[in-house]
Design a protein. Structure first.
Length: 389
C-alpha cells in the first residue's frame, strides 16, 4: 500500500503565511490613508493680504479690495437727540401748600379737587381754642395800650403844671410805647395765620394764591394740627406747567437752558416749550439726565401726571464727524474704525462715538475731518486681524 507524500503540507503552509502577510500590509496601508483623508490641509494664505496686531496690508490687486470702500470723513451738524420720555407736573413756584395754622377741628369745607379759586377765597373753616386766645391777646394789648396812653397824657399835663417831675413823664411815655409794641406783635401774629375771623373761636383758611385745587386731604369734623406731615390741600396755577424729561446721557450734551422744544402727550396734544433746567448729575440707576421744560398751558390741555415725550432740536451746535454706522465695529470693550494709510495699509484705530441715528454715527474722538477710513468692509478686516492673532 502506497504511503501519502508530505510534499503538500509545506506548500499549504507557505500559502497561508503569504495570505497573512498580505492582509497585514493591506491594513497598514488603509490606516494612513484614512488619517490622511480625515486631516484638513492648512488653508492657503490670502493672496496679497498681510495682517498684524493693528494693521491690515493689502496689495494693489488683492481680491479683498472688491469688498472694501474708502471714504473721507466730513463734519456735519450733530444728529438730533432721540425723543425723551417725560411726564407733566406742577411748577413748584406756582404751587402752594395749605395746612392748618392752629390746632382745631374742620367745621366746613368749601372746595373740592379740581375747583379753581382766586387768591383770598375761603377754603375751609375751623374751630380752635388757640384762635380764641390769640384774639383775646390782641384785644388785651389794645386795651392796655389805651390805658398807658391815657396815663402818659395825664402825667404830661401835670408836668406842664409843674405838679410832676419830668422823669415821670418819660417813664409813662416809655410804657405807652411798649404797649404799642405789644399791640403790633399780637396783631402781626394773628395776621400771619392768613385767616379771616368768623367768630370767637371760628376762622376761615383762605387761598394763598389763584389756581386750581390739585390735591385735597381735608374733610368736615377732621381734627388737624399745624405739625401735620402732609398738607391739607395744594393749589397750583396751571397756566404754566413743567414737563420733566429723562434724556439719555449721550443726548444731553447739546441741550442748554432756553432751547426751544416740542412736547407731545399720549392724548395727541402738541405744545412748544423752553428748556428751563438741565441737571448736572446723571441718574445712577437709569443713566439719564433730568431736563425740566416750561410749557404754557392756558387751555389746561396739559394735565399734571400725564405721560409725554419731548423732542429736542439743538440749534447752532458745533459740527461733528459723521460716518456710516457699519464703519464702526466693536472690538471687545472698544469701538474701532480702520484708517486708510498710504501703501494699502489699513490701521485699526479706537474711536469715541456719540449718537447713532438712521445708519450714521457721530465720532467724538479718534477720527478727524479729512481722514480716509474704511466705510464698508470694516468687519471683514477685523476678522482677518482676529485670525492672525
Amino acid at each position: 500500500m502506497t504511503q501519502p507524500t508530505n510534499s503538500a503540507k509545506p506548500s499549504t503552509l507557505r500559502r497561508l503565511a503569504l495570505a497573512l502577510l498580505g492582509g497585514a500590509l493591506a491594513a497598514g496601508a488603509i490606516v494612513p490613508t484614512y488619517l490622511l483623508l480625515r486631516s484638513k490641509p492648512p488653508a492657503p494664505a490670502a493672496r496679497g493680504l498681510a495682517a498684524s496686531a493693528n494693521r491690515i496690508s493689502l496689495a494693489p490687486g488683492a481680491p479683498q479690495w472688491r469688498y472694501i470702500e474708502i471714504a473721507v470723513a466730513e463734519a456735519k451738524p450733530p444728529l438730533p437727540p432721540l425723543p425723551a420720555p417725560a411726564r407733566v407736573t406742577f411748577d413748584e413756584f406756582r404751587t402752594s401748600a395749605v395746612g392748618a395754622p392752629l390746632a382745631g377741628r374742620i367745621e366746613a369745607l368749601q372746595v373740592r379737587t379740581g375747583d379753581r379759586v382766586e387768591k383770598g377765597a375761603r377754603l375751609f373753616s375751623m374751630r380752635s381754642g388757640a384762635f380764641a386766645e390769640l384774639r383775646r391777646d390782641v384785644e388785651a394789648a389794645h386795651a392796655g395800650a389805651i390805658t398807658k396812653h391815657r396815663v402818659a397824657d395825664r402825667v404830661r399835663d401835670l408836668v406842664g403844671l409843674e405838679a410832676a417831675a419830668k422823669k415821670e413823664q418819660l417813664a409813662a411815655e416809655a410804657e405807652a410805647h411798649e404797649a404799642d409794641l405789644a399791640v403790633a406783635a399780637s396783631t402781626a401774629k394773628l395776621a400771619s395765620l392768613k385767616v379771616t375771623g368768623g367768630g370767637s373761636n371760628l376762622f376761615w383758611v383762605i387761598a394763598p394764591r389763584r389756581g386750581t385745587v390739585v390735591d385735597l386731604e381735608a374733610s368736615p369734623s377732621q381734627e388737624v394740627t399745624p405739625d401735620r406731615e402732609r398738607p391739607l390741600m395744594r393749589i397750583s396755577d396751571l397756566d404754566e406747567v413743567l414737563v420733566l424729561a429723562d434724556v439719555q446721557e449721550a443726548d444731553a450734551t447739546d441741550i442748554q437752558r432756553g432751547l426751544p422744544v416740542e412736547v407731545h402727550t399720549m392724548g395727541g396734544v402738541s405744545r412748544a416749550g423752553l428748556v428751563d433746567q438741565v441737571a448736572e448729575v446723571v441718574d445712577p440707576t437709569r443713566r439719564t439726565v433730568a431736563v425740566r421744560v416750561r410749557v404754557a398751558n392756558k387751555d389746561r390741555a396739559l394735565r399734571p401726571n400725564a405721560m409725554a415725550e419731548v423732542i429736542f432740536r439743538p440749534a447752532g451746535a458745533q459740527k461733528r464727524v459723521r460716518i456710516p454706522s457699519e464703519a464702526v465695529v466693536t472690538d471687545g470693550p472698544r469701538q474701532v474704525v480702520f484708517l486708510a494709510r498710504e501703501g494699502g495699509h489699513l490701521d485699526r484705530t479706537r474711536v469715541s462715538v456719540g449718537r447713532e441715528r438712521d445708519g450714521e454715527t457721530e465720532i467724538l474722538a479718534g477720527l478727524g475731518v479729512g481722514d480716509r477710513f474704511v466705510a464698508k468692509g470694516a468687519l471683514l478686516l477685523l476678522n482677518q486681524i482676529d485670525l492672525a492673532d
